[in-house]
Design a protein around this ligand. Structure first.
Ligand code: F6R
Length: 254
């Protein structure tokens, strides 16, 4: 894994946005895997700026989001479809029909999950997957104990994830209990991953994911088996890493 430690969230977001922008320039019909949440917001803001100011073109880009809450309609303000439209798609020239987010209201989830996997395959696979990390070490909504070979599926969120995500809802009871998520196996098949983490709340999860054993108890640790993952951290999120000085040394000399 290539680790880039930035002084703050904004610098971290800019460094990660460079990687996405380079891909979109070199492969205009790139397939992006996208995440929601606080971690990629700055990266998305930077992509919007590059689109506006530098003409970064998304007209041929396709995208697949990692996950969606089960029970929320696309127009619900806390749905991940809504999040993506307000925080990225509406401000880029990406075609809405080229963007996919798992359904929050599928009648037959087994079928929907299989079709989602099939659509990713038909698109030629995901070129670059954007990831955040949960305080319990999840990627997507692959909670502790999820098989590292899992594919897109419906999962039950941990109490910790529900508490973490309650900040976006009026009250904790409004947070959906289930979500449809790409599996760890789905993520491991993407050609490149970028994992973003910032702030004190991510110190433990990042240390376990990067330096702990590969274990389903921290599904982000499976990225140690991914051949091309770049990790973008701010100083705080990186502060619990045992080899912090070494990563900084590598960063200066690569
Ligand atoms: C979101 C997702 C989650 C988040 C994670 C971190 O689509 O898949 O894994 O990336 O919960 O969330 P934030 O960035 O809000 O701390």
């Amino acid at each position: 894994m290539e680790i880039t430690i930035s002084p703050n969230y904004d610098e971290m977001s800019k460094a990660a946005a460079q990687v996405v922008a380079e891909l979109v320039k070199s492969k205009p019909n790139a397939v992006l895997g996208l995440a929601t949440g606080s971690s990629p917001l700055g990266l998305y803001g930077e992509l919007i700026r590059m689109h506006r100011e530098d003409g970064l073109d998304f007209s041929k880009v396709r995208s697949f989001n990692l996950d969606e809450y089960v029970g929320l309609r696309p127009e619900h303000e806390q749905s991940y479809r809504y999040f993506m439209e307000k925080n990225l798609f509406d401000d880029l020239n990406i075609k809405k029909e080229n963007t996919r987010v798992p359904s929050g209201t599928a009648e037959d989830y087994a079928k929907h999950c299989e079709e989602y996997e099939q659509e990713i395959r038909q698109a030629g696979g995901i070129d670059l997957q954007v990831l955040g990390i949960g305080s319990d070490g999840h990627i997507g909504f692959n909670e502790p104990g999820t098989s590292l070979a899992s594919r897109t599926h419906v999962t039950v969120l941990t109490q910790q994830t529900i508490a973490d995500n309650a900040r976006f809802f009026e009250k904790k009871e409004d947070v959906p209990i289930r979500a449809c998520t790409m599996g760890v196996g789905t993520v491991l098949e993407t050609r490149k991953c970028i994992l973003l983490a910032s702030g004190k709340g991510k110190v433990k999860a990042i240390a376990q994911a990067l330096e702990g054993p590969v274990t389903s108890m921290c599904t982000a640790s499976a990225l140690q088996l991914h051949p091309d993952t770049s990790v973008f951290l701010d100083q705080e999120a990186a502060s619990g890493l045992k080899l912090l000085d070494y990563y900084k040394w590598v960063q200066q000399n690569r």
